[in-house]
Write a protein that binds this ligand. Structure first.
Ligand SMILES: Nc1nc2c(ncn2[C@@H]2O[C@H](COP(=O)(O)OP(=O)(O)OP(=O)(O)O)[C@@H](O)[C@H]2O)c(=O)[nH]1
Length: 571
């Protein structure tokens, strides 16, 4: 999309690009300033000839505000100061018949003088800012090497089996000497160390402390122990222990911790929607935010906002107030009236100097008010903290408490968003409805808590083996929805079959003994089906075929055009 279009999606610029882009923008703004001042003078002339005309007044008002904001942003301070003075002298629209004509005449003369004094060189270039570090240590593990040390052989055997269920490689040691030898050969991604060894309390902790003393980087260690003693926990922390798990070990939680400590994934970049009719202003904010690693879209024609909201799913809207067609306050109310966007923070960025008006803007649905010119670090930090909090709140509202997966509503919303993206990018997308087999029997035989553990184990297996951008949701009690962008139905079937086999071989623990469980899946895919409800309906039908066909299998919907095959599995 071109720079002058009303909508501009931008990804990250590198710092030298940013400085160069800012210099170009400053030149452009300087060139446009005389034209803008001229337009303001013309509007004023017309307004004076029809003094009580509200529409003319609003145009004049907006032009002066835009000039104040843009010139301040790019460092043309003399112009910005006078423009700001004019805005402060303007009455409310309802009092347009009492314009302070003489004062504004005088200020417009001053504006012409101020314009003559501005040069591009004087305009301050924007200082580079520290890129915002958006890397979080959260992640999905795959093929990690884990050393597990415990002198209880039965416990070791059991743990190895359970952890390996999730796809990690576990090497077990029942004594410290063989652990040390292995360490010489290869350092693992994580060590799980029992605290008490050979009946010596703290032996495991002391050993790790000795090993770490000789290393540049401490080993990533999770301690396990039969003791809940605070002293023991403290010693573990002092030996750089990352976590402490009391026995009996909650394996799903342990696997989660391993994933957290062994992988770094980049948090999805913050998506900021910038609504400003002044292209130079939106470009400025976009550049600053991109420098901090955020993704931006600029909407320069405010009425296009709704078109962009659904496809971009912004984390935050940065909104100008005075715009043609409708103002930012009205627009924020429109957004607030839509259930889907009721929680998206809206930050106003305006040259409005009147405190009463600023407070009014906040009461109409704004979350913050930044005044132009805004310092780059202020813009970045105000937005970062809003987005961070917003994401945390939506995460709580969007996830299922038991499994940590997306809940029903959020999974559906993500399906809609991924489908829109697939259509736009012309890629395939598969959806999977997954349901545990004979789960009522599991609950009845092994108890509800054991059933809950099965649900958690399945959730972990899916989280760890699907791609970062796949969508995994708990759709109902024992039903899950998986969305696989850029995967056709056959690919989805291959992926789900692997997971199905892996899950069916997993052992689950209960007071009544060890047991196994399986799941069935139905798959439907875009583009053969092109709306979310059809996809769900067809995947559901395929799931019921899988159940009817004997369970523990993956069936592709008959609506998919797969070389004329139905794609059922015969496992
Ligand atoms: N433990 C546990 N059980 C749940 C949860 N949510 C739903 N269930 C149980 O899941 C079981 C679903 O049973 P059914 O719908 O009869 O299906 P099924 O026994 O899995 O049989 P098929 O789907 O035909 O293979 C019910 O017993 C529910 O109580 C949960 O959060 N925890």
């Amino acid at each position: 999309m071109g720079k002058n279009s009303t909508l501009m999606l931008s990804t990250r610029h590198h710092e030298p690009d940013i400085q160069a882009a800012l210099a170009v923008l400053t030149q452009t703004v300087a060139k446009k300033l005389p034209g803008k001042v001229k337009a303001i003078r013309q509007s004023w002339k017309m307004l004076k000839s029809v003094p009580a005309d509200e529409a003319l007044f609003e145009v004049f008002h907006r032009q002066v505000h835009t000039l104040a904001g843009t010139s301040a942003t790019y460092g043309f301070e003399a112009v910005a100061d006078v423009a700001r003075m004019i805005t402060l002298r303007l009455p409310e629209t309802q009092q347009v018949d009492c314009l302070p004509v003489d004062e504004i005449d005088f200020l417009l003369e001053k504006l012409a003088t101020a314009l003559g004094s501005e040069t591009v060189e004087k305009a301050s270039a924007v200082a580079p800012i520290e890129p915002h570090n958006m890397t979080l240590s959260l992640g999905r593990s795959r093929d990690k090497l884990i050393y597990l040390v415990d002198d209880d052989i039965d416990f070791l055997r059991n743990m190895v089996l359970q952890i390996q269920n999730f796809g990690d490689t576990v090497v077990a040691f029942s004594d410290l000497a063989s652990f040390d030898e292995a360490l010489e050969r290869q350092v693992p991604d994580i060590v799980i160390m029992d605290v008490v060894l050979d009946e010596k309390p703290k032996a495991g902790i002391e050993h790790i402390a000795r090993v770490n003393a000789k290393r540049m980087q401490p080993l990533k260690t999770i301690f396990i122990s039969g003791s809940q003693d605070i002293e023991m926990r403290l010693a573990a922390v002092r030996a750089n222990g990352l976590a402490y798990f009391p026995k009996p070990i909650a394996v799903a939680a342990l696997v989660d911790a391993i994933a957290t400590f062994t992988h770094q994934i980049t948090e999805e970049r913050y998506r900021i929607l910038i609504v400003d009719d002044a292209q130079e202003q939106s470009a400025f904010s976009a550049l600053i935010l991109q420098q901090s690693g955020m993704e931006t879209i600029e909407v320069n024609a405010p009425l296009l906002l709704l078109d962009v909201l659904a496809s971009f799913q912004p984390d935050l809207i940065l909104m100008d107030i005075y715009m043609p067609g409708c103002n930012g306050l009205e627009l924020s109310q429109v957004v607030r009236q839509m259930d889907t966007y009721v929680n998206v923070p809206i930050v106003f960025l305006s040259s409005e100097a009147d405190l009463k008006k600023k407070l009014g803007a906040m009461s109409l649905g704004g979350d913050d008010f930044l005044s132009k010119p805004v310092l780059p670090w202020h813009l970045t930090s105000a937005i970062t903290s809003r987005v961070k909090r917003g994401r945390m709140i939506s995460k709580l509202a969007d996830t299922d408490g038991l499994t940590g997966l997306l809940n029903h509503n959020k999974s559906k919303k993500r399906l809609e968003a991924e489908l829109t993206r697939a259509k736009r990018e012309k890629i395939s997308l598969s959806i999977v409805m997954l349901d545990l087999d004979f789960f009522k029997h599991v609950n009845d035989t092994y108890g509800h808590p054991a059933g809950d553990r099965v649900l958690k184990n399945l959730a972990n297996l899916l989280k760890q083996n699907l791609r970062q951008y796949d969508v995994i949701g708990r759709y109902g009690g024992e039903e899950f929805l998986v969305v696989l962008p850029n995967a056709d139905a056959l690919t989805a079937k291959i992926v789900m079959d692997k997971l199905r086999i892996c899950f069916s071989e997993m052992s689950h623990l209960s007071d009544e003994g060890v047991f196994r469980c399986s799941f069935s899946c139905g798959i439907a895919a875009f583009p053969d089906l092109d709306n979310a409800s059809d996809l769900i309906e067809e995947a559901d039908k395929a799931l019921y075929e899988a159940k009817d066909g004997g369970r523990n299998q993956v069936v592709i919907s008959t609506e998919q055009n797969l070389f004329g095959n139905k794609g059922t599995d015969d496992s």
